[in-house]
Write a protein that binds this ligand. Structure first.
Ligand code: FAD
Length: 238
C-alpha cells in the first residue's frame, strides 16, 4: 500500500540549544508509528518554492502523545535547517509522509539496552526509553548522550527526572569540549560508552547521530567492543 502524504500544522518551533530546535506538529487522525521511526518532510527551497525535496526527521514524541515532536540540529546553509530557522512558524502547514524505518526497540532480546547518541540523535531514544519504562521494563537501560559543550545541551532535566524516577535507567551526559566548571563526564561518546558499558556482551546497543560518529562507532563496536551484529542497531543522520 502506498504511504500517504499528510498535511500537518506546526504548533511550536522553539530554539532549545545552540542550533537545536524543538518542533511540534498536530498528529494526523489515525497516524500510528513505532517509537524510533522517522518521517519524511517535503521541504521547499526558500529561493524557489517549486524546488521540493524530502528530509528525514526521527519522531521524538511517544506514539500515545497527541502531537508529533521533532528535534532538529541545524546544518549551516542546509535546506531543512533554513526552513526551520527562517520560515516555519506555529500555525503554518507542512507536508510529511511516513512512518518509516526499522530502528525500533528489539523486544526479542534478553540483553540490557544501551543507547549512544550525539545531539539530535537522542530524538528517537526518548520515545523508545520512555515507552519501555512506562510499560514496566525492569532491565538495565543506559543512555550515553554526547554534545560538544553546555550550550549544545538539551533535555538534560527531563532525562535526569526520568533517571530519578526509574532506578534501572541511567543517564550519562558527556561533553567533548566543556567549560572548566563542568562537573560531569568529559570526552566523546567513543570513549565514554565503553567505560560505562564495561562488558558489551551483555548489551543490546543502539547508536544514533551524525554519520561520522555512527560510521566510526559501527566499526569499533563490531571490531573492538565485540558486539554481535544482531545486537547492534545504527541510525546515521545522513
Ligand atoms: C533516518 C534519518 C533520520 C533523521 N532524523 C533527524 C532528526 O531527528 N533530527 C535532525 O536534526 N536530523 C535528522 N536527520 C538528518 C536530516 O534528515 C538532514 O539530513 C539534516 O538535517 C540536514 O538537512 P538540511 O536540509 O538542513 O541540509 P542539506 O541541504 O541536506 O545540506 C547538508 C549540508 O551540506 C551542505 N551542502 C548542501 N549542498 C551543498 C553543496 N552543493 N555543496 C556544498 N555543501 C552543500 C549544506 O550547507 C549543509 O551544511 C535524519 C536523517 C535520517 C537519514
Amino acid at each position: 500500500m502506498p504511504i500517504p502524504t499528510h498535511t500537518i500544522r506546526c504548533t511550536k518551533n522553539e530554539r532549545i540549544a545552540k542550533d537545536v530546535y524543538d518542533v511540534r506538529f498536530t498528529k494526523p487522525e489515525g497516524f500510528t508509528f513505532k517509537a524510533g521511526q522517522f518521517v519524511l518532510f517535503d521541504v521547499a527551497l526558500i529561493e524557489k518554492p517549486t524546488d521540493m525535496q524530502t528530509r528525514a526527521l526521527s519522531i521524538a514524541s511517544l506514539p500515545d502523545e497527541h502531537e508529533l515532536g521533532f528535534i532538529v540540529k541545524l546544518k549551516p546553509g542546509g535546506r531543512m535547517s533554513r526552513w526551520i530557522a527562517e520560515v516555519l512558524k506555529a500555525g503554518m502547514e507542512a507536508k510529511m509522509k511516513g512512518p518509516f524505518g526499522n530502528f525500533v526497540l528489539d523486544r526479542t532480546t534478553d540483553k540490557e539496552y544501551f543507547f549512544i547518541a550525539t545531539s539530535a540523535g537522542v530524538a528517537p531514544f526518548r520515545p523508545m526509553i520512555v515507552e519501555a519504562l512506562k510499560a514496566g521494563e525492569m532491565r538495565k537501560i543506559d543512555l550515553v548522550f554526547g554534545v560538544r559543550s553546555e550550550e549544545d545541551l538539551f533535555w538534560e532535566q527531563e532525562l535526569a527526572v526520568l533517571a530519578k524516577e526509574h532506578k534501572n535507567f541511567s543517564l550519562h551526559i558527556g561533553l567533548s569540549q566543556p567549560n572548566e566548571s563542568w562537573k560531569g563526564h568529559r570526552g566523546r561518546v567513543q570513549t565514554l560508552a565503553p567505560a560505562i558499558a564495561k562488558d558489551f556482551s551483555k548489551k543490546n546497543v543502539y547508536i544514533c547521530g551524525s554519520p561520522d560518529m555512527t560510521n566510526e562507532l559501527k566499526k569499533i563496536s563490531l571490531e573492538e567492543w565485540g558486539i554481535e551484529k544482531k545486537d547492534l542497531h545504527v541510525e546515521g543522520y545522513i
